[in-house]
Design a protein around this ligand. Structure first.
Ligand code: NAP
Length: 564
C-alpha cells in the first residue's frame, strides 16, 4: 500500500524536526522518515565520549519559538551531546512532533513520478510513500567515512565508529583501545578514552591545530540576559557571516572587566562571557602577528590560549602571517607536551591554520603526557593491515581489544547520493553530481522538481551556525510551497543556467581563501574520501549575503527557477 502526504521529509534531526513543525503549521500533511529510533540527527548518532558542540548553546538553538527560548535551561556554555539530545527530545515532545515521524525507517530510493508530479520514497522495509514535495533533511555530516583498510573485517575485538556510537554505555575499563583519526571527533574523544581505557593508542595520520574549548557552566544571569534580548540576538545572527550574534551580556562584561583589573598578567584582555566559537569572525582580534617578535607572539598566545583567531587579525588573510601563526602554534605545542618527539609528531606542518574547521578540545595535548597513552605517527609507520588482534604498522604490531574509527564523514553530498535519487526521465543524482555537486543556492537541482535540500552544497551550511542556516532554508522552502499553492502552480526547479552560474559563484568566492590553498585537504573539499571530486562545497560568501540573495530571488518572482 502507498501512503500519500503533501510533504515527505527525510531525516528527523534539527532540520527535519523544524521542517515538520513549520510545514504542519502551514496546513500541510507532513510525514518524516528517520533511520534512527529517535530524534536528534547528528546528536543522536554521535554519542562518543567527549562529544560536544563547538557553538555556544544559547546561539545553537532554535529561534522559531519564543516560549522555547524562555523555558529551556542550558547547563553549560558549550553543550555536551547528552544535553543537546535532551533539548531535541524536549522539542519533539513540546510540539508533539513524534506522531508524524516514522522511526527506524531508512529511505533506500527516491523516485520522481513525472506523470503524477509526485516523489515516491521506498524504505528498507520495502514500503512506499508518496508526496508532491520532498525535503531532504539528511544532514551534512551523517554518513561515516569508513576507510577500506586491508584486513579490516578480520579484527576480532570490538569495532566502534564515533559517528555511529552505540546507545548502550561502552565499558572500556582496562581495555587496550586504539583510535584512528584526529579530527574534531577524535580530538574530543581521545582525552575521555584515555581516562577510561587501560591503554589508548592514537593512530594519527595528520596532526591537528586544536584550541581549548570553553568549560564554563552556564551562569543564570547570562542566560537570563540572552532571554531578555533574544529578539535582537536573532536579528544579529541574521547579519553575521557565521550566523552567530556574538552578543555580550552587559552584566557579565562588567564582571569580567572587574576581574581583569585585578589580574597580574600584563597581557590580560577582558574576555567575553561567551567566547568565540569556531565560527566567529576575527573582528575582536587586536594584534597583527607580523608586528610582533616571535617571543612576543608566543608569550601572547601562551597568555591568551591558542585561539589565533581571537589573538591575531591577519592570520587568515595574509599567507606570511598565517605561517608565522603556524610556527607559533607549533612552539606552543612543544611547550605543553613533555616528550619532545611526541610534541613534534603532534605539530602540523603540511597545511596552515584556517584550512580546516577549527577544532576545540579539552585536555588534548595534556593527554599525551599520560603513561597510558601512545601516539603512533602513520606517516612515519603506515598501517599495513588490521589483524585479528589489532593493527600492524610498518614498525610493529599494536595489540587491541577495541578499535575506534574517528575517520570523519562523506560530507555534504554523502547522504544525498546514498538515497538513490532519480529525477525526471529517471536521471540519477549520482550521474548529475559525478564531477561534484551542482545545485542552485544549495536548495534545488535542475531535473529534480519539487525536491529540496536543507543546507545542501552551495549554501553556507557548515560554515555558519547550523540552526540559523536550517531555519532559513526550512522557511524559504515553506514560503515557496505556499507560493506555488496560492498561484496554482504545481512544481519548481532551477533553470540549468542558474545552477551553473551559482556553482561558479560558490567557487569564485572560495578562491584565494585558506580553505582552498593547494596544500589543504579537508572534508569541505571532499578530499577526505578517496575518489571524491575535489570541489569546495559550502558557500563561503557569508550567511547574510547568501540570505539576501535568497530573498532577492523570491522578490524577483523566483528568479532562476522554472515554475510550472
Ligand atoms: P575529520 O575532521 O574528517 O577527521 C577525520 C580524521 O580521520 C582525520 O584525522 C583523518 O586524517 C583521519 N583518517 C581518515 N581516514 C583515514 C585513514 N584511512 N587512515 C588514517 N587516518 C584516517 O572528521 P571528524 O573528526 O569526524 O570531524 C568532521 C567534522 O564534524 C568537523 O570538522 C566538525 O565540523 C564536525 N564535528 C564537530 C564537533 C564539534 O562540534 N565540536 C565534533 C565532532 C565533529 P587525515 O586528516 O590525514 O585525512
Amino acid at each position: 500500500m502507498t501512503n500519500r502526504s503533501d510533504v515527505l521529509v527525510v531525516g528527523a534531526g534539527f532540520a527535519g524536526m523544524y521542517a515538520l513543525y513549520r510545514y504542519r503549521n502551514q496546513g500541510l500533511n507532513v510525514t518524516v522518515l528517520e533511520a534512527g529510533s529517535d530524534v536528534g540527527g547528528t546528536w543522536y548518532w554521535n554519542r562518543y565520549p567527549g562529544a560536544r558542540c563547538d557553538v555556544p548553546s544559547l546561539e545553537y538553538s532554535y529561534g522559531f519559538s519564543e516560549a522555547l527560548e524562555q523555558e529551556w535551561d542550558w547547563p553549560e556554555v558549550f553543550s555536551a551531546q547528552p544535553d543537546i539530545l535532551r533539548y531535541a527530545n524536549h522539542v519533539a515532545d513540546r510540539f508533539d512532533l513524534r506522531r508524524d515521524i516514522r522511526f527506524n525507517t531508512r529511505v533506500v530510493a527516491l523516485e520522481y513520478l513525472e506523470a503524477d508530479n509526485l516523489w515516491r520514497a521506498t524504505t528498507e522495509q520495502d514500503e512506499q510513500l508518496e508526496a508532491q514535495f520532498c525535503v531532504m533533511a539528511t544532514g551534512c555530516l551523517s554518513v561515516p567515512n569508513k576507510p577500506k583498510l586491508p584486513g579490516a573485517d578480520s579484527f576480532q575485538g570490538t569495532v566502534l565508529y564515533t559517528g555511529l556510537w552505540p546507545k548502550e554505555p561502552v565499558d572500556l575499563t582496562g581495555c587496550r583501545v586504539g583510535i584512528i583519526g584526529t579530527g574534531s571527533s577524535g580530538v574530543q574523544a581521545i582525552p575521555e578514552l584515555a581516562r577510561q581505557a587501560g591503554h589508548l593508542t592514537v593512530f594519527q595520520r595528520t596532526p591537528v591545530y586544536t584550541v581549548p574549548a570553553n568549560r564554563k557552566r552556564m551562569r543564570a544571569d547570562v542566560q537570563q540576559e540572552f532571554r531578555d534580548n533574544y529578539l535582537a540576538i536573532r536579528e544579529m545572527q541574521q547579519n553575521n557571516a557565521g550566523g552567530i550574534s556574538n552578543f555580550r551580556p552587559v552584566r557579565s562584561v562588567k564582571r569580567s572587566v572587574a576581574e581583569s583589573s585585578t589580574s597580574t598578567s600584563a597581557t590580560a584582555i577582558p574576555t567575553t562571557s561567551l567566547p568565540a566559537s569556531s565560527l566567529s569572525a576575527p573582528a575582536l582580534a587586536p594584534n597583527k602577528i607580523l608586528n610582533l617578535t616571535p617571543e612576543e607572539r608566543l608569550a601572547l598566545v601562551q597568555a591568551r590560549g591558542l585561539n589565533m583567531l581571537l589573538t591575531f587579525r591577519d592570520v587568515y588573510t595574509d599567507p606570511e602571517a598565517n605561517e608565522a601563526a603556524n610556527e607559533t602554534f607549533r612552539e606552543a605545542i612543544s611547550s605543553m607536551v613533555d616528550d619532545p618527539t611526541v610534541g613534534e609528531r603532534l605539530s602540523p606542518t603540511t597545511y596552515g591554520l584556517g584550512c580546516k574547521r577549527q577544532v576545540l578540545d579539552r585536555d588534548y595535548y595534556d593527554t599525551f603526557n599520560r603513561d597510558n597513552v601512545t601516539l603512533v605517527d602513520l606517516i612515519e609507520s603506515p598501517i599495513e593491515t588490521i589483524t585479528t588482534k589489532g593493527i600492524r604498522t610498518s614498525a610493529t604490531h599494536h595489540d587491541l581489544d577495541v578499535l575506534i574509527y574517528a575517520t570523519g564523514f562523506d560530507a555534504m553530498t554523502g547522504a544525498l547520493l546514498k538515497a538513490n535519487i532519480r529525477g525526471r526521465d529517471g536521471k540519477r543524482l549520482t550521474d548529475k553530481w559525478r564531477d561534484g555537486p551542482v545545485a542552485y543556492l544549495g536548495l534545488q537541482m535542475h531535473g529534480f522538481p519539487n525536491l529540496f535540500t536543507i543546507t545542501g552544497p552551495g549554501s553556507p551550511s557548515v560554515l555558519s551556525n547550523m540552526l540559523v542556516a536550517i531555519e532559513q532554508h526550512v522557511n524559504w522552502i515553506g514560503d515557496c510551497i505556499e507560493y506555488l499553492g496560492t498561484n496554482n502552480l504545481q512544481n519548481i526547479e532551477p533553470e540549468p543556467a542558474a545552477e551553473v552560474d551559482w556553482v561558479a559563484h560558490v567557487n569564485e568566492v572560495a578562491k584565494g581563501t585558506m580553505y582552498t590553498t593547494p596544500s589543504c585537504n579537508s572534508w569541505y573539499l571532499g578530499s577526505n574520501v578517496p575518489g571524491k571530486p575535489r570541489i569546495f562545497m559550502p558557500y563561503v560568501g557569508g550567511y547574510p549575503r547568501y540570505r539576501e540573495r535568497c530573498e532577492q530571488v523570491v522578490a524577483n518572482g523566483y528568479e532562476g527557477f522554472r515554475l510550472g
